[in-house]
Design a protein around this ligand. Structure first.
Ligand SMILES: [Zn+2]
Length: 124
């Protein structure tokens, strides 16, 4: 039971659903949802509504805290490599690295394709 956590939506307790109505008979209150896991807000909100409420209340602060994007990021030939899979003429799955800028294609092993840390990109 100690693994339960509360929805971080600031208005969660104000939404009238049967599952939020808790407490002993005669003293029931609508309460913030509590679950072992959530699907929204990176596992911290019970619904898109609560996720949106959280962002409306804290989003601006969060962006300022973690760093606001103040200039355009750029995809160049140095960081435009992305992994793809396809099927060859024998219907075998093949893996390739394709560059979105130059359209160059390079072979990739299945291991390299599945390795999320493997990259040939040399910039952000
Ligand atoms: Zn909620």
């Amino acid at each position: 039971m100690s693994d339960l956590k509360y929805c971080q939506g600031p208005e969660c307790h104000t939404y009238y659903t049967k599952d939020r109505l808790r407490g002993p008979k005669g003293n029931k209150t609508y309460q913030t949802r509590r679950r072992s896991s959530f699907y929204y807000l990176g596992g911290n909100a019970c619904s898109t509504r609560c996720q949106d409420d959280w962002f409306r209340k804290h989003g601006e602060q969060a962006i300022n805290y973690f760093g606001r994007t103040t200039e355009a990021k750029q995809l160049t030939e140095h960081n435009a490599w992305h992994k793809q899979y396809d099927w060859d003429s024998n219907d075998d799955m093949i893996y390739v690295y394709r560059n979105s800028i130059t359209n160059e294609q390079r072979p990739l092993t299945k291991e390299q394709y599945n390795d999320t840390s493997y990259t040939i990109n040399t910039g952000e």
